[in-house]
Design a protein around this ligand. Structure first.
Ligand code: HDE
Length: 731
């Protein structure tokens, strides 16, 4: 009862309740009001020179008695904590969850039934294998961990961007991670699955087949955290007010669609901008383009548990949406960047065991092990009192008799720290008061180390996934396997994987074998691919109904003598439609339009955002080159490479007037048509290369012009036909 009262008080301006909570521990590091002090609060007059025995002419030995210098150095010496054993590299943001449709038929959780609530969240995205300082765009699974600060306590969905996992039983986790992490003798390679040990493990565990197909698909190299799906992966349980239980899987689907980089681009970005995803998330939120996901559940009544070919508790299997549709019931939005990386993104600690009344566990053997592991790992990473840290503590009142331990900082007044006590202080809550009650599952079995029969089939859903991909996705997957196995120099490893591929799809196996070696001959044991498909596995299934250019990074290439009116129309239109346009030129000092070539005329100059050497085409989604009188100043190897590379990565390219000739020089391959001077067509769109002789103002204004066609191409993410028709030289 007490708790309910406090909860309501704490809920004033509810959507900000976690913000209010964090304020208690937040100070302004940029403030000019105070002076610098020691940790004990004593003002300090010098933080630059260690106390020493010196004269004006000679510097003498330093004194150990300088407690100010010692404190500064000692604090620094101990700044690091162990990085996460997996998912070490990540970035996070605050936001909220809004429920649109109550699911009180299946759960009594407030966050899933009360549509008037706005629940604060903190979401951390991550790669799995790399160290904290590794690059963002490596091929890997991405973590998608959501902490809901609900009125009934914290609920964590610790998910991934891929809906299945490599293994079925948690006890295998150390093996799969050891095999994937850098090899033990030389700590090579960093954040890569392209090595002998990873693939050795994959072969020796045929249960991993489905997941490695996902990891090798475009899902392994997302364009942005904002453009990935999130999946709870494990099967959980929802329990309603009447105590009835349903099995459930959780889904987050991005409203911007699901999009990926191309491999050549991902590789290059690892060097050109290792923080690419981190910055992308940060910048989108700073500019007010808040990433959103639809939140959905797949629900199955207990009575249907045995109705499928697969075991619904097997985390290497999806529940195909044709069999169990997703019910979209809410929306997740990220809208605030953290104030400090360490105390928030690094110290946040997720636990699958953090559930709230109305959500419970299933007997999924991966989930059960995870429930132990996450709690356990926080002890070595953050210490026993990790749940007290500001980012981890709940927004609702918290009270129990857990006390002491290193770095305890909460001060609990009173004379008793046990239950029951003579004061009846802090009694357990009755179920009617919201006390958590475990679902009274009836269990019947023999105590033994065994997985049930349906866990033994491992190929069917790998085939379902492969068959459901579009042509370009299949080509990417084939190339990814060929890349990875090329990095395995142990013949046993790559020939075995080719063998495994023959049991999925013979033509896939043959294509990979041709590149890496091994024999993809149909064997007796080879399963024929029955060709079944699902409509929800290809990334293209999630393309937004209305293609959008919102948050797309578009490079506008300009040079001295640019056409000011064309440039202004282009930049304004792109901005108005939500894109992030950047002006790129040969230098970052002022350039001048054709009608104001006077270098001293500051008012008519433009300061580009970057020059060609500072950026690369890989860091943009599309390129647009407005008309310019002096286009020949862009005719050099670097600029030609910029445009040519964007063409190779299937990006939309737009050119106006004189710039068309430049595009022709860079990517005028046979098959790509371009606008001709004085030609009949106003706008030519050929393989996503959109060209026009000149920008016709009325057409642009009425919405049928060059910019509409260009934006439509950008909205499609990439022009895959370019690759599939062999124009890029990359497939
Ligand atoms: Fe994790 N995992 N995991 N994992 N996992 C960790 O917990 C573990 C698994 C996932 O941003 C660790 O706090 C076991 C599946 C994410 O802080 C650790 C098993 C899925 C994150 C751990 C799995 C995940 C982790 C390391 C097999 C997708 C990052 C640091 C049974 C559904 C959370 C930490 C963050 C982190 C154990 C399998 C997702 C060691 C034993 C399946 C997103 O506890």
């Amino acid at each position: 009862m007490e708790r309910a009262k406090e909860t309501i008080i704490g809920m004033a301006g509810y959507h900000d309740s976690k913000v209010q909570d964090l304020k208690r521990d937040t100070v302004d590091g940029n403030s000019k009001r105070g002076v610098i002090t020691t940790d004990a609060g004593v003002s300090v007059s010098n933080t630059d020179d260690w106390l020493k025995l010196s004269t004006e002419h000679r510097t003498g030995p330093m004194l150990l008695e300088d407690q100010i210098a010692r404190e500064k150095i000692m604090r620094f010496d101990h700044e690091r904590i162990p990085e996460r054993v997996v998912h070490a590299r990540g970035s996070a943001a605050f936001g909220h969850f809004k429920l649109h449709e109550s699911v009180k038929d299946v759960s009594c959780a407030g966050v899933l039934t009360d549509t008037s609530r706005t629940t604060p969240v903190f979401v951390r995205f991550s790669t799995v294998l790399g160290s904290r300082g590794s690059a963002d765009t490596v091929r890997d699974v991405r973590g998608f961990a959501v902490k809901f600060y609900t009125e009934e306590g914290n609920w964590d969905i610790v998910g991934n961007d891929i809906p299945v996992f490599f293994i079925q039983d948690a006890m295998k986790f150390p093996d799969v991670i050891h095999a994937g992490k850098p090899e033990p003798h030389n700590e090579v390679p960093q954040s890569q699955s392209a090595h002998n040990n990873f693939w050795d493990f994959q072969y020796l565990h045929s249960e991993a087949t489905h997941m490695f197909m996902w990891a090798m698909s475009d899902r392994g190299i997302p364009r942005s955290y904002r453009m990935m799906q999130g999946f709870g992966v494990n099967t959980y349980r929802l329990v309603n007010k009447e105590g009835a239980s349903h099995f459930v899987k959780f889904h987050f689907t991005p409203t911007l669609g699901v999009h990926s980089l191309v491999w050549d681009e991902a590789l290059k970005i690892c060097g050109q901008d290792p923080d690419f995803h981190r910055k992308d998330l940060w910048e989108a939120i700073e500019s007010g383009a808040f990433p959103t996901w639809k939140f959905g559940i797949q629900v199955l009544p207990e009575s249907k548990q045995d109705d499928f070919e697969f075991d619904i508790l097997d985390a290497t299997k999806i529940w195909p949406e044709e069999l169990v549709p997703v019910r979209y019931i809410g929306e997740l939005q990220l809208n605030r960047n953290p104030d400090e990386f360490f105390t928030q993104t690094e110290q946040v600690a997720f636990c699958t065991s953090h559930v709230i009344p109305g959500v419970d566990f299933s007997d999924d053997p991966l989930l059960q092990g995870r429930n132990f592991s996450y709690f356990d790992t926080q002890l070595s990473r953050l210490g026993i009192n990790w749940q007290e840290l500001p980012i981890n503590r709940p927004i609702c009142p918290m009270m129990n008799n857990n006390r002491d331990g290193a770095m305890r900082h909460r001060i609990t007044k009173g004379t008793v720290n046990y239950w029951p006590n003579r004061f009846e202080a802090n009694p357990p809550a009755k179920p009617s008061q919201g006390g958590f009650v475990n679902y009274p599952e009836k269990v019947d079995g023999v105590k033994q180390r065994l997985r049930s029969k349906k866990f033994q089939e491992h190929i069917g859903q790998a085939q379902l996934f492969y068959n459901s991909l579009s042509g370009h996705e299949k080509a990417h997957l084939t190339n990814a396997l060929a890349f990875e196995l090329d990095h395995c120099d142990d013949k046993t490893v790559y020939t075995r994987i080719v063998d495994r591929l023959t049991s999925i799809d013979l033509s896939l196996a043959q294509a990979v074998a041709t590149k890496v070696g091994g024999t993809a001959a149909p064997q007796e044991a080879t399963k024929s691919n029955p060709g079944h498909k699902s409509g929800y596995l290809s990334q293209t299934a999630f393309d937004p109904k209305e293609p959008t250019i919102a948050t797309r990074r578009i490079a506008i290439i300009v040079c001295n003598g640019y056409n000011a009116s064309a440039f202004t129309t282009v930049r304004t239109t792109l901005k108005d439609r939500g894109a992030f346009p950047y002006v790129i030129s040969t230098r970052r000092s002022a350039i001048h339009p054709a009608d104001a070539p006077d270098i001293s005329a500051d008012s008519s100059s433009l300061t580009p955002d970057h020059h060609f050497e500072g950026m690369r085409s890989t860091l943009f989604d599309a390129i647009l080159i407005p008309d310019a009188a002096d286009i020949s100043s862009l005719r050099n190897g670097r600029v030609i490479h910029w445009i040519r590379e964007a063409f190779g990565h299937c990006k939309a390219i737009g050119a106006i007037g004189e710039a068309v000739a430049l595009v022709k020089e860079a990517c005028g391959v046979q098959g790509v048509r371009l606008a001709e001077k004085g030609g009949k067509e106003d706008v030519v769109n050929s393989y996503g290369v959109v060209t026009t002789d000149k920008l016709v103002k009325e057409k642009e204004e009425k919405g049928k012009g060059f910019l509409d066609v260009f934006c439509e191409e950008v909205g499609k993410h990439r022009c895959w036909a370019r690759e599939m028709d062999g124009l890029t030289g990359l497939v």
